[in-house]
Write a protein that binds this ligand. Sequence first.
Ligand SMILES: NC(=O)c1ccc[n+]([C@@H]2O[C@H](COP(=O)([O-])OP(=O)(O)OC[C@H]3O[C@@H](n4cnc5c(N)ncnc54)[C@H](OP(=O)(O)O)[C@@H]3O)[C@@H](O)[C@H]2O)c1
Length: 324
Amino acid sequence: MSYSIIQHTTGGPEVMEWTAVDLPAPAEGQVTLRHTAIGVNFIDIYVRKGAYPLMTLPGTPGMEAAGVVEAIGPGVADLAVGQRVAYVTTAPGAYAERRNMPAERLVPLPDDIADQDAAALMLKGMTAERLLHKTAPAVAGDTILVHAAAGGVGLLLCAWAKAMGCTVIGTVGSTEKAELARAAGADHIIDSRSEDIAARVMEITGGKGAQKIYDGVGKDTFDASLAAVAKFGHLVSFGNASGAVPPVNIAVLAPKCVALSRPQVFPYIADRADLLATAENLFAAMRKGIITAQVNHTYPLREAARAHEDLEARRTTGQIVLLA
Ligand SMILES: NC(=O)c1ccc[n+]([C@@H]2O[C@H](COP(=O)([O-])OP(=O)(O)OC[C@H]3O[C@@H](n4cnc5c(N)ncnc54)[C@H](OP(=O)(O)O)[C@@H]3O)[C@@H](O)[C@H]2O)c1
């Protein structure tokens, strides 16, 4: 017998129930994983609420985890029982003690990458890596703006961009978060609750604006981001923590000749070769200390609802991990 978080309806954190399940043997191409650590992401909230229709009900949320291979299905040749692996997936189901996963989506974990760190960074770290190296490549000398700079993705963007030679401006929602973002690499901090974001960016950049803006907050910050982006700059809208950005008339991009992207990490890592290459870039950055996992909040898996409440209420910093 194994336990999973299961929700029968979309809704608030209370719809997530700790439930005993009978897990079938792994099918062709699958392995059974015993999870050790499960990453919590803002996307889990969108999925729980039904805003992203990725989960069939009843279903188990969760897009990333690390664990140990417990059983191997037919046709799986390159994994062994006892092997440590991690994954990020478009198929929710990580909030579980055990799950069956397609072997082709698993990344073997090197000895020097801890389970908790992998669970914290597979989704958020690969996102930061792709945003900074592919979607809107940051180059030395750029001034960039990172929203929610003390959050799970935000701290990684600050640290990585700083190491790439950028000047980093971060927005945060509290004094405590300001300290964390500064420690990660932000050169300038804007308090998004009390300051005019665009005006402060213009002040910091001498009226030029930020060349690249990485905005995971969405509705509440989109207009400020557009006002704060430099001429010929790139605004990357990659999430909706405050709600979805309303439809945009692309003519608003014309006066400053702005590029606008709405990326998600999954297409970048859909092919196995791309998945493994991106994971290797991530692990290399962790080894070099360019980025570090900051698992500032852990919860027992069965208390996933509490993690969601804290994340939604802006009470968390860095990454959140559920321990199985
Ligand atoms: N496109 C992709 O592939 C991809 C992948 C991973 C994550 N994301 C997106 O990246 C963003 C960050 O994800 P995360 O998991 O690392 O979360 P997070 O940044 O740790 O948490 C969200 C943060 O957003 C800020 N925020 C501002 N207004 C908010 C509001 N009304 N409600 C809640 N939070 C608000 C808060 O920081 P302050 O209090 O400091 O403002 C909060 O801590 C999310 O939008 C997520 O969907 C996208």
